[in-house]
Design a protein around this ligand. Sequence first.
Ligand SMILES: *Cc1c(COP(=O)(O)O)cnc(C)c1O
Length: 393
Amino acid sequence: MLKSHYMTKGKFPIDRFLQLRTPFYYYDMELLRATLEAIRLEASRHEGFCVHYAVKANANPKVLRAIRQAGLGADCVSGGEIEASLRAGFPASKIVYAGVGKSDWEINLGLDHDIFCFNVESIPELEVINELAATKGQVARVAFRLNPNVGAHTHANITTGLAENKFGIAMRDMEMVIARAAQMKNVKCVGLHFHIGSQILDMGDFQALCNRINDLQLQLERHHIILEHINVGGGLGVDYQHPNRVPLPDFKAYFDTYARQLKLRPGQTLHFELGRAVVAQMGSLITRTLYIKEGAVKKFCIVDAGFTDLIRPALYQAYHKIENISSDEALDTYDVVGPICESTDVFAKQTDLNRTHRGDLIAIRSAGAYGEIMASCYNCRPLPHGYTSDELL
Ligand SMILES: *Cc1c(COP(=O)(O)O)cnc(C)c1O
């Protein structure tokens, strides 16, 4: 019976799962490595493409190490992420650091390790980096994160590239900030940085970003400015509906869009910062059914995972495919809910599962990105453990 699950419901070592305390994250390293290989293959078709991994999607040390081994750089948004990346073996020369609110210790950490680039989001931040670098007798490489005012067709809470968002520097200030940096002794402007949002599946959004960057580059050229690097951020989405049928994002379409639409200058490198697309599909949150409760109007499948373990459904109304990996019985309809004392602690409403009983294992799929890393201890719950298939198979 369990054999068929292995075929149709993803590859889960159910016998091993039954010995573990739930809930926990399970990372399919074979799929992660296949994903990394697809990225390498599709990016390497194009001259000057460099791919970084956005550490904030999943900073599990075992996952980070596999990504580093595949040769990606690291895109960090905090000092803690810089430390996690260094611990996982990423060379400082492949670490970029973005964020609207970098504190002094975080900037100093980046300087001490001489990271590849600070993605700067304001003039006051530029001044502080220049000052701190001067104290250390260093010259910090910086890129300016511009707000391209390009909307992404994704959830409103995860667009970042609109003029109203807190991120980046306004386009009209581009030349001014580059001129300011040129006057400073301890920073060197090496590029422009962009990031328009997350879970983007419409290549037209990336194309709009390319058009914007092409215009900005022409504008800079009129002032005889050619920068070494263009960084277009991340944002490529995954198929949350069909993790079995579409385990790999369309990296070919993604990189080809940039290759076709973005006019790089000779010698310019193009940097990417992919998070979700690298790790979402390889992760599942595995949870046990505690009770089936027949409510007045519906059936509840009460599981031992809650939004402390996976907050995306509560935070963004995000959809995750849910499977009962212990049952082959006929389908029935459930609200799948957690034990936390909040009404938003719901993973899915009116979803079909094979008929479910106490003790059945439930897989909440496509949970490798923004899952374990966003876990909290609310209700004094323990943090979920992350197991890899390398450990369990
Ligand atoms: C979050 C983030 C990313 C990664 O976004 P994904 O949608 O996970 O690919 C890349 N760059 C920056 C600056 C980010 O903040």
